[in-house]
Design a protein around this ligand. Structure first.
Ligand code: EOJ
Ligand code: MG
Ligand code: ZN
Length: 344
């Protein structure tokens, strides 16, 4: 089973003690993938502290550090769904809480902010780089455990998160009252399950309606729809960064998709076109993904929070870059080249 050495905890605590937050780490354009892997856990500590969470929820730094080290160990080295993805999703939750003033303005409570940050860290724990439909079609052990409820991978990520919280010396919530503790775990459950994009698609019309009507601070449904929207925004946040990050991320996602497609072919199943390295046209697929899923989400966020307009603009700019690439790619595709290298 996973183990964390006491010296690792000490090393992180020493690193955090001496450190200030990196310059501009709290800006939307900051790319968390620039942080050294060995410093990520220390920066998680600093971000929790910067938002006053350590003080407010009496989080013990050694417990929080041990928890973070277990979470980091809980991710596999898949091309995309690895610790760096979790760290970057967590970083974006820090950005929206801080820059959209979500707690001070009463959109979410401080407990919901804590649950959001912890859910982001844990939301893809033990991901194998394959999709829910792959689990079901190939009858994996996770499918046998969870397929009756759907969101197979997300239920596994949640189970892994609860397992770490129940590990000796890792229960970061032991300073919460029993009522706050159960509310926090209910939130983490709902927020991790909300990262299934199929779940998001069922909600997005309600989220658009909420943004059009205006957020109702007395409507608990609006509060829940906003929390789910924030989780999706965090999970897709690479697409709000500059073109190089957006393209590199797509590269990594399609490495996972194409490996799954290879597996499905080997098993005699025909993969989706977006999983088939022989058929997929990445620029066109990315234009669809940005148009149908990413830009609508950040449009809703920008309607609710004017400060978030820069995020919508970035996703639109990245979609435009893919449109340019698509035209160029089409020309090259006709003449027999198919790799993304042309975009370097
Ligand atoms: C760059 C990039 N491209 C992506 C292209 C496609 C899809 C994707 O799941 N598409 C859908 C398309 C329809 C309707 C639903 C359910 C399924 C059928 C599959 C969604 C995701 C992509 N994605 C993610 C990402 C975000 C959350 C979970 C998993 C992943 Cl991989 N993060 N970055 C990217
Ligand atoms: Mg996921
Ligand atoms: Zn994710």
């Amino acid at each position: 089973h996973m183990k964390v050495h006491p010296d690792d905890v000490t090393r992180v605590l020493n690193c955090a003690r001496g450190h200030d937050l990196m310059l501009e780490i709290d800006r939307f354009y900051f790319s968390p993938r620039k942080v050294e892997e060995s410093e990520c856990v220390c920066y998680c500590l600093l971000m929790f502290d910067d938002l006053g969470m350590v003080q407010q929820w009496q989080l013990k730094k050694d417990t929080l550090t041990r928890f973070l080290l277990f979470v980091k160990k809980g991710y596999r080295d898949a091309p995309y769904h690895n610790w760096y993805h979790a760290f970057s999703v967590f970083h974006f939750s820090y950005l929206v809480i801080k820059n959209l003033h979500l707690v001070e303005r009463g959109y979410i409570s401080s407990l919901e902010a804590l649950a959001l940050m912890v859910s982001c860290l844990c939301h893809d724990l033990d991901h194998r780089g394959t999709t829910n439909s792959f689990q079901m079609q190939s009858g994996t052990e996770l499918a046998s455990l969870y397929s009756s409820e759907g969101s197979v991978m997300e239920r596994h990520h949640l189970a892994q998160a609860l397992c770490i919280l129940n590990t000796d010396g890792c229960n970061i919530f032991d300073g919460l009252s029993s009522e706050q503790y159960s509310r926090c775990l209910d939130l983490i459950r709902d927020l991790i399950l909300a990262t299934d994009l199929a779940h998001h698609i069922r909600l997005v019309q309600d989220q658009e309606k909420m943004a059009a009507e205006g957020f109702d601070f007395h409507n608990s449904q609006h509060n829940q729809l906003l929390l789910f929207l924030l989780m999706t925004c965090c999970d897709l946040s690479d697409q709000t960064k500059d073109w190089k990050v957006s393209r590199t991320t797509a590269d990594l996602v399609y490495q996972e998709f194409f490996s799954q497609g290879d597996l499905e072919k080997a098993m005699g199943n025909a993969p989706l076109e977006m999983m088939d390295r022989e058929k997929a046209r990445i620029p066109d697929l990315q234009i669809q993904f940005l148009s149908h899923i990413v830009c609508p989400v950040f449009k809703i966020l920008a309607q609710l929070f004017p400060e978030a307009d820069c995020l919508l603009q970035s996703t639109l700019k990245n979609r435009h870059c893919w449109e340019q690439a698509s035209a160029f790619f089409a020309r090259r595709w006709e003449s027999g080249h198919s790799s993304l290298d042309i975009l370097r």
